[in-house]
Design a protein around this ligand. Structure first.
Ligand SMILES: *Cc1c(COP(=O)(O)O)cnc(C)c1O
Length: 398
């Protein structure tokens, strides 16, 4: 007689699907891999004593990032938040302006707007990209704003909507064509938060190269890491020169004089971090292939689990699959916390999506459009263990 099959809960099914991919043992959400020239290049920094913000690795990292992304100019900085701060400032964002950002993002996007003295204006997300919904944004701007002297003004607050910051969530490119058309029609400058999307392409072009500026992050949990780090991308040589100036305390070059011609920032990336970055960038193709393999394996493993699906790259896009995301159907959304508990209990680190910016104390009062899409996604998203090396782990036999 065959044993009576035990009824399994959805949470248990998710744990076994994960085990089938990552094998026995625990798995973090995202860990870096240092299997290349990291030790060698960092040692070179120490031996040469160039550990700070001058040194050959900074120049090399910038030029290699430029050729990798296709951006004409790259300025390496201390982190992705600082990159966004300077990009927004240089895009003309001033005190009392408003800046359109997705409600569904990491808090850095909103913080950088606040550093400029401006207010985030929250935008809904669409399910296919997780990013800003261009059609809903257009309808919102049509009904809520007017053009005054070539600027987009929020009628309710009287403030200028100066910029928009689309964010490529978990590495999936947003609808850039739709958003660029909105930006153009409403006289709004685009700055892309491409912190999560190094190695992601929209219609064959690298994310972060569509707006006036794009910004990257090399935090420890990103696709490649410099420990902490970020970069500003732009195609405009004059803007690049100004960004470099502003991030190096606005010091006017001179052999000995200390002349600073405006309030600058100490935001340049140190050489020792850039050394790590150069070594990491040499390995990026391998990381991206592994992440794509990991996605395929998760997709197969979850195909048999009812009510869930793996989020895949939008059409015409190539995603880096930075963080793998499982999306629950609305009807089982209330089981999300059981799944989070069961997976974390099993040593498999999973996380919900970020709390929407509209739920955080500093941004609760921000102007906003209706956020049904983002609210639904926030209830249903679960990020899975996503480290590149997991695709090489020996899977558990089912
Ligand atoms: C990581 C990240 C940033 C920048 O983060 P830093 O830790 O400052 O490098 C900005 N926006 C988003 C969406 C991010 O995920």
């Amino acid at each position: 007689m065959s044993p009576v099959p035990q009824p399994t809960s959805l949470a248990e099914e998710v744990v076994s699907a994960l085990r089938a991919v990552v094998g026995a043992g625990s798995a973090a959400l995202h860990e870096p891999s240092f299997g290349g020239n990291e030790w060698l290049y960092v040692k070179e920094c120490l031996d040469s004593s160039f550990v700070s913000s001058v040194g050959k690795f900074v120049d090399r990292f910038e030029s290699e990032l430029a050729s990798y992304t296709g951006a004409k100019h790259v300025v390496a900085v201390v982190n992705g938040t600082a990159a966004l701060h300077i990009a927004l400032k240089m895009a003309g964002v001033r005190i009392d302006d408003e800046v359109l950002i997705p409600a569904l993002t990491f808090v850095a996007t909103a913080n950088a707007v606040s550093y400029c003295g401006a207010t985030p204006h929250l935008v809904d997300s669409e399910e296919s990209t997780l990013g800003m919904d261009a059609a809903k944004l257009r309808a919102h701007l049509v009904s809520q704003t007017e053009q005054r002297a070539g600027l987009c003004v929020n009628r309710a607050t009287g403030r200028i909507i100066r910029a928009m910051v689309p964010m490529h969530a978990f590495g999936h490119p947003v609808d850039l064509d739709g958003l660029l058309a909105v930006a153009k029609d409403f006289n709004i400058t685009m700055v892309e938060d491409a912190a999560e999307s190094l190695g992601s392409y929209y219609r064959g072009r690298h994310t972060g190269t569509f707006g006036l500026f794009g910004t990257l992050s090399f935090n420890g949990n990103k696709t490649i890491t410099t420990g902490g780090g970020g970069a500003i991308l732009t195609n405009d040589p004059e803007l690049a020169r100004m960004a470099r100036h502003l991030t190096t305390t606005a010091k006017v070059p001179h052999r000995w004089e200390f002349v600073h011609d405006e309030v600058g920032y100490n935001y340049r990336m140190p050489n020792i971090n850039a050394a790590l970055g150069c070594a990491q960038l040499e390995q990026i193709d391998g990381f991206l292939n592994s992440k794509r393999t990991l996605f395929e394996r998760y997709r197969n493993a979850f195909a048999a689990v009812p009510g869930v699906k793996m989020l895949k790259e939008p059409s015409d896009c190539h995603s880096n699959y930075w963080l793998q995301a499982l999306l629950l159907e609305e009807s089982i959304a209330e089981q999300r916390d059981d799944i989070l508990a069961a997976t974390n209990d099993a040593g498999l680190m999973t996380r919900p999506a970020w709390a929407l910016m509209s739920c955080l104390a500093p941004f609760r009062q921000c102007p906003s459009m209706s956020l049904e899409g983002a609210e639904s996604l926030a209830r249903r998203l679960i990020n899975l263990p996503s480290s590149a090396f997991l695709s090489n782990r020996k899977a558990n036999p089912p």
